[in-house]
Write a protein that binds this ligand. Structure first.
Ligand code: FEO
Ligand code: CA
Ligand code: CA
Length: 654
């Protein structure tokens, strides 16, 4: 398959590129007494487990007092199936290759579908997703009919092509193969309906749509038209082609979908000896992950950021600057042009989660930069939210902040705003300068370095408690950790943890918060549950990633272990758990098939259907030997798919 070349075809986790001297999270968490969340009050008494402050109780319960989670925990296993508790059913739905639009080309089991076919079928590697009830723009209560928007994060090239990718002397040579790879990325939007018997079908619908790595997109916000956004494709710097590595997602209060560009840097290459900061700080290297830029033709050469012409309007030196954004898609308008919102910053966006919206208050949303030692960000719109009136313009004018977690349990949101005096002082002190706010946003990581943000252990998904407004974030792991400390008493830290904070301002728009650790993942002898006890057989986990609150304030946690942790660790296959912050109880609800990551979660408003994604089952398979055959079984290629989960009695999932 691959000759002597630099094309990796890997899973896309980027190499660390934060060389700032900012304190790491472990440096700022002290071993002494500190404030922790307890109904908003400081809690004095601390228990210690392995040097780590114990967690406080959840805020005053606002929901009906709950008892134990009403299902039997699923045991750890390595079965090549989706295991759910007794009384539930999990059914695969719209796997990779499902025809959804155009001429509805059928999936060919030998993977010989063309690039054009792939543009009319669901993409590979399902990730973040959202169910939009058909009345999403109004009441949003319709549960048996809606649009499902699904991200396709990346590709497994050996499985995407009949005989795997063709590479000759380190170069890609088959343009249709590469086009198929580009078309397997992006987003699928499908209209779906639930029958009275509870079975879901995809409808042939004019609303069904594929957005791919080649779909034209508009650029909005402060970096629109910036000199650093100008390319041969868009000399005005106002548009680009495609969205890539669409990991987690968000959705707006006005009924649109947000897809987040995570490990996009690896799709580009630059052979320039010295890279500008807007490429260097994002880890652009001399060879790309899939080698798309090694094929002639503008549609592929755009992935080559090497300076090759007189100016930026004549080459693609700036093409990588048009990636790393949050992209908004109106799922109800199949002709709409997706929009890249530059005000939300440029980094390896895992996802985007909104604080509860209130009429007359700004919209506030949070996003993590998933790379080792990167940061957590918050955006506050300039204008106020008005139901039925506000739209995507709220995401174009506002302030981007980055988080600093202080040792005493307090936290600060530091503005990355060229007009802010504190930001200006930090820039002078660091000897860093920005031409304008567009420059700040294109160089978001550098701006965050400059103000002294706290380096984190790979921020993944966030979730906001529907009642308390507390914000929870997964920090999946950090294999680069050298020294153990109070918050992460493991060196390196392969297991990850969940952090949470409470804004001191009631509408989430202020600059101060209090933070705490909710859970330390790991095996029984190296973990801590929300009550301060070690995790047990019912709930050991590692590498928490996906995170979501149901309407009643139960936290759903999905894992993304890989490598030897997945193959040989005590955790079995990747899994999904439910944790109730009100009681502290945490239980395993689902175990995925072999080699898969469990990611992406959304539900119908009546909560009788839960949608979850299974990504990259059979990771590591060749085109002929499969380590998993989920969901088709037999000796058929494994396929990423959505899983529909329901209770056998037709009631609410929980
Ligand atoms: Fe695409 Fe950070 O997971
Ligand atoms: Ca993820
Ligand atoms: Ca992950």
């Amino acid at each position: 398959m691959t000759d002597d070349n630099n094309i990796l075809f890997g899973n896309g986790d980027e190499l660390p590129s934060n060389r700032s001297a900012n304190p790491h999270i472990q440096d700022v968490i002290n071993l002494g007494r500190r404030k922790i969340l307890a109904g908003g009050a400081a809690l004095g008494a601390l228990a210690f487990l392995g040097g780590v402050p114990a967690l406080a109780d959840q805020a005053k319960p606002a929901f009906k007092r709950r008892n134990r989670l009403p299902f039997d925990a699923v045991s750890i296993n390595r079965a090549d199936t989706v295991t759910v508790p007794a009384g539930y059913t999990a059914t695969a739905f719209i796997p990779w290759g499902t025809p959804i639009c155009g001429s509805y080309p059928g999936y060919l089991e030998d993977a010989s579908n063309s690039a054009q076919d792939q543009a009319q079928q669901t993409g590979m590697h399902h990730d973040g997703m959202h169910f939009f009830p058909m009345d999403a723009k109004f009441r949003a209560r319709k549960s048996d009919h809606g649009l499902l928007a699904v991200n396709h994060e990346y590709i497994d090239a050996p499985l995407l092509h009949r005989n795997g990718p063709t590479v000759v002397n380190g170069k890609r040579v088959n343009a249709d193969e590469v086009r198929k790879e580009i078309n397997a990325h992006g987003v699928s939007i499908v209209e779906v309906r639930r029958s009275v018997r509870g079975e879901w079908t995809m409808l042939p619908s004019a609303r069904n749509r594929r957005i791919t790595g080649a779909t034209p997109m508009r650029i909005e916000g402060p970096a629109r038209g910036h000199d650093l956004m100008k390319t041969r494709y868009s000399p005005s710097g106002t548009s680009t082609r495609g969205t890539l590595n669409n990991c987690s997602n968000g959705y707006t209060p006005w009924g649109t979908y947000l897809t987040c560009e995570e490990n996009w840097a690896g799709y580009f290459a630059s052979r320039d000896a010295e890279l500008p900061r807007h490429l260097q700080r994002y880890g652009i290297r001399s060879a790309s992950r899939y080698g798309w830029e090694t094929i002639p033709g503008d549609e592929f050469q755009r992935f080559d950021a090497t300076v090759s012409a007189e100016g930026p309007r004549a080459d693609y030196r700036n093409e990588p600057n048009t990636f790393g954004w949050i992209v908004e898609i109106d799922p109800f308008d199949p002709d709409s042009t997706p929009v890249k919102h530059t005000a939300l910053g440029r980094f390896a966006h895992e996802g985007l989660v909104f604080a509860p919206t209130r009429s007359g208050a700004p919209v506030v949303c949070y996003s993590g930069d998933d790379s080792q030692n990167e940061y957590i960000y918050k955006y506050v719109s300039r204008d106020k939210y008005r139901p039925q009136q506000s739209d995507s313009r709220l995401l174009d004018e506002g302030t981007l902040y980055v988080a600093r977690f202080n040792p005493d349990g307090s936290g600060d949101w530091l503005p990355l705003d060229i007009e802010d005096a504190g930001f200006q002082q930090a820039c002078i002190a660091a000897g860093v300068s920005f031409a304008d706010q567009g420059d700040v946003l294109i160089n978001t990581r550098l701006a965050a370095d400059t103000v002294g943000a706290t380096r984190m252990d790979r921020p993944e998904w966030g979730a906001v408690h529907p009642n308390t407004g507390d914000v929870y974030f997964t920090l999946t792991n950090n294999s680069a950790r050298q020294e153990a400390d109070a918050a992460n008493p493991r060196a390196p830290n392969p297991y990850g943890h969940i952090i949470r904070w409470r804004e001191l301002s009631s509408n989430h728009s202020g600059t101060q918060f209090q933070w705490d650790l909710y859970l330390l993942a790991g095996p029984q002898n190296d973990s801590r549950d929300p009550l301060g006890k070690p995790l047990s057989d019912e709930n050991i986990l590692a590498s928490p990633d996906g995170l979501w609150f149901d309407d009643e304030g139960r936290l759903w946690i999905q894992t993304d272990m890989s490598g030897t942790q997945l193959e040989k660790g005590p955790f079995g296959n990747n899994q999904m758990l439910v944790s109730d912050p009100q009681t502290g109880e945490t239980k395993r609800f689902l175990v995925g098939p072999v080699g898969a990551e469990v990611t992406g979660i959304t539900a119908t408003p009546d909560f009788r259907t839960l949608f979850v994604n299974i990504q990259h089952p059979g990771e590591g398979s060749s085109s002929t030997e499969y380590t998993s055959t989920w969901p088709d079984e037999g000796n058929r290629r494994p396929r990423s798919a959505t899983v529909v989960i329901s209770r056998n009695d037709g009631g609410r999932v929980l």
